[in-house]
Design a protein around this ligand. Structure first.
Ligand code: IVH
Length: 706
């Protein structure tokens, strides 16, 4: 998280500068997760968390199209439509296909067609069975035999103009062969990439330090949607023509006849295709293609069945978005059985613990799989996955291989149910599942030791020095990375000891390449100047989960000092106690945020880091933002015992609105204690400290609310 500064800000609230920083951070983050996933086969994020990163990136790009980065993840896998292509309205909508998985679905399909057309049993219903290409469809328009426009499918009614890109495809004719060419002909089909071209492209991507594509379909999509056609041209995309849109005269009376004509005009046809007279033949072709699948030079994900006679296609028409005359018979997700050797817990940069299955290597759909995700603690429990089990592993398209189930009968004796760790395997800090507002626990377990966890520390340090936190000039991400790798800094307090340690426990910085006496002096001065820091910046800089700038300000105002915040959060460990209730009474703090705070301050090692930092600093309390002319402005008040005319929450809100700070515990810093019936230890302490103690009525009189 390079500039974590703005990552809890809603997309709608980002300003341009924040959006720019955020897009940079997201590009780096997503790149890194892509690398872990595709290159190292060890994803650090759940699918959902990964999708959320992409969605945020896309949302920001929609708001700030001018800020879209050349390395944006949106220009790669699963890209959203680029705003830069012109729109094209399809003259005939581009339909999609209904999917079928079981053989019976196909028998049903044939019966439906027969019924619709009132065909008797003896009438042959010829079906054309074609490989279903895993690419993306395009419509290419020819007028008088000349290519004039090409478009993506888009939503079926409106696509994007990709004419210049399509013209670079080797098997798309610019001029149609033959003499009897219809005046208008829109040829539809699939743009795809051969597997060998895909592998070569990924090699090149890697060599150039760019993230590889997930699969041939994504790389075809990414390559087709390049704004620069020269890039598309270099990618070796291909095209199969298998259908048509607007056409000024019929191509044939049958699909087979039309395919032949497309071939003669110069298109490559998707083969092996077979005209089948019976459903048995249809299913036999399906089995055949299923077997051939990995031997074909391109990816297919099923077989498409289409009624051969075009007059019947016409009569059958369509239901909503898909034709009645065709159906896609998909292949099952590829699965294999293997032995689970171990379960390893990976810790991502945000502290998420992800269980990964270490597998006996197994080939699934032509790819060797050695790791698979187990998602999270609950999934392991639900499936009762144990080390030593034989498991079913599945690979479907571009998703991370997953463990689908355990083969119960193959379980060896003496296996033990898997116990998900309660501590982070990297740093030993407590690992917790957050409580959501609904009261349920979040699926992901997280390490609470952000500041000390090696999996997270460098990112936390980057956050610590980021613009809205310590904002130390000359100490950016680059320097943090270098200093961290050289062992100069491991935790925030180390930053303030850099000068003192320079040339002692570390080689002198001025001797390092890229540094000189002057720049070092400047850096040390910049660090020095931050020994006094606003409390809100300090709290924000700690990088506590869910504590963005706004919450940090709120906490600074409410608790007044880091010590008070820490003390209150330690007390708030008791979820029945007052400190917890007080925390939830802070307007804007819900269960989730409160839980994150309590978890953070509940981890002893975090406290060590915080105390170490505090020894280097003086935090400046945030000035009260509420009313300043009330009699209680700037005063620290504590409510104890029962209140009679209002709830604790209301009293607190009212006091805060008048500029008072409401604290949860009595200390020498307390100005006023409001004690109601049942007040106990706090009242006693107030008496010991000789503080002013008011009844509720007296308090109300003081603030003019009586
Ligand atoms: S025919 C009106 N044939 O599958 C029917 N589509 O899931 C138009 N596809 O959008 C489609 N191979 O991108 C047809 N041999 C094939 C296909 C095929 C791949 C794609 C096409 C379509 C999608 C529907």
């Amino acid at each position: 998280m390079a500039a974590r500064s703005s990552n809890d800000v809603a997309v709608g609230a980002l300003d341009e500068k924040q959006a720019k920083a955020e897009l940079k951070r997201l590009a780096a983050d997503i790149n890194e997760h892509d690398r872990l996933y595709y290159q190292e086969d060890r994803p650090a994020l759940s699918d959902a968390a990964y999708d959320a990163l992409r969605a945020r990136n896309a949302a920001i790009e929609v708001r700030f199209p001018a800020l879209v980065r050349p390395d944006s993840p949106s220009t790669r896998i699963g890209a959203a439509p680029a705003a830069q292509f012109e729109k094209v309205v399809h003259r005939r909508p581009m339909l999609s296909l209904n999917n079928a998985f079981a053989d019976e679905d196909i028998t049903d399909f044939a019966e439906r067609v027969r019924r619709f057309l009132s065909l008797d049993e003896d009438t042959e219903l010829a079906i054309v069975a074609e490989p279903k290409i895993d690419g993306l469809s395009a419509s290419i328009r020819y007028e008088k035999g000349v290519l004039v426009q090409a478009a993506t499918r888009g939503d079926g009614n409106e696509g994007e103009d990709i004419t210049r890109n399509v013209m670079t495809l080797q098997d798309v004719p610019h001029r149609l062969n033959g003499t009897k060419i219809p005046d208008v002909l829109e040829v539809r089909g699939e743009v795809y990439m051969r597997r060998e071209d895909f592998l070569a492209l990924n090699k090149a991507q890697e060599a150039a330090g760019k993230p590889p594509y997930a699969n041939p379909r994504n790389s075809a999509a990414g390559s087709l949607r390049q704004l620069d056609p020269a890039i598309t041209a270099s990618r070796g995309l291909r095209f199969f023509g298998y259908a048509w849109g607007e056409v000024s005269e019929p191509l044939s009376t049958t699909l087979c006849g039309a395919r032949e004509r497309l071939g003669a005009m110069g298109f490559t046809l998707n083969e092996p295709t077979r005209r089948c007279a019976t459903i048995d033949e249809v299913l036999a072709h399906y089995r055949f293609l299923e077997g051939e699948r990995t031997a074909l030079p391109f990816d297919i994900d099923g077989v498409v069945y289409k009624v051969d006679r075009l007059d019947w296609q016409e009569r059958l028409g369509q239901v909503t978005r898909s034709p009645r005359w065709a159906i896609a018979h998909k292949f099952a997700a590829e699965q294999a059985q293997t032995i689970l050797r171990d379960i390893e817990i990976q810790v991502g940069r945000t502290g998420a613990l992800t269980p990964v299955a270490r597998l006996e290597p197994v080939t699934v759909g032509g790819v060797v799989v050695t790791n698979a995700t187990l998602h999270n603690e609950e999934e392991i429990k639900r499936k009762d996955v144990r080390v030593g089990d034989t498991v079913i592993v599945q690979r479907a398209g571009d998703v991370i291989p997953q463990v689908v189930a355990v083969v119960a009968e193959k379980r060896p004796k003496k296996t033990k149910a898997y116990v998900f760790p309660d501590v982070c395997p990297r740093c030993g800090s407590a690992a917790v599942r957050e409580q959501l507002e609904s009261g349920e626990l979040e699926k992901v377990k997280r390490c609470t030791g952000g500041l000390i966890c090696p999996a997270q520390a460098m990112e936390r340090l980057k956050h610590f020095v980021s613009r809205d936190a310590f904002d130390i000039e000359g100490l950016g991400e680059k320097q943090i990375t270098a200093f961290w790798e050289e062992g100069r800094i491991a935790r925030p307090g180390d930053i303030f000891r850099l000068a003192a340690q320079d040339g002692k426990s570390h080689p002198a910085l001025a001797d390092k390449e890229g540094w000189g006496a002057q720049s070092v002096a400047k850096l040390f001065a910049a660090i020095e100047s931050r020994r006094q820091i606003g409390l809100d910046r300090l709290i924000f800089g700690l990088g506590i989960r869910h504590i963005g700038q706004a919450n940090a300000k709120l906490l600074a105002r409410t608790y007044g000092s880091l010590d008070a915040l820490e003390a209150a959060m330690v007390q708030a460990q008791d979820r029945e106690g007052e400190a917890w209730a007080d925390l939830l009474n802070v307007d804007g703090i819900g269960v989730k945020v409160a839980g994150a705070l309590v978890d953070f301050f509940g981890e002893a090692r975090n406290l060590e880091v915080v105390h170490d930092l505090q020894r280097e600093l003086t935090a400046i309390e945030a000035p009260p933002q509420a009313q300043t002319d009330s009699p209680v402005a700037g005063k620290t008040v504590v409510f104890t015992g029962a209140l009679e005319t209002m709830s604790r929450g209301e009293a607190k809100a009212q006091a805060e609105a008048l500029g008072a700070k409401v604290a949860g515990s009595v200390s020498a810093k307390t100005d006023i204690v409001i004690a109601g019936p049942g007040a106990g230890s706090k009242l006693k302490k107030a008496a010991e400290l000789g503080l002013q103690v008011y009844t509720e009525a007296e308090w109300r009189a003081l603030i003019g609310a009586a």
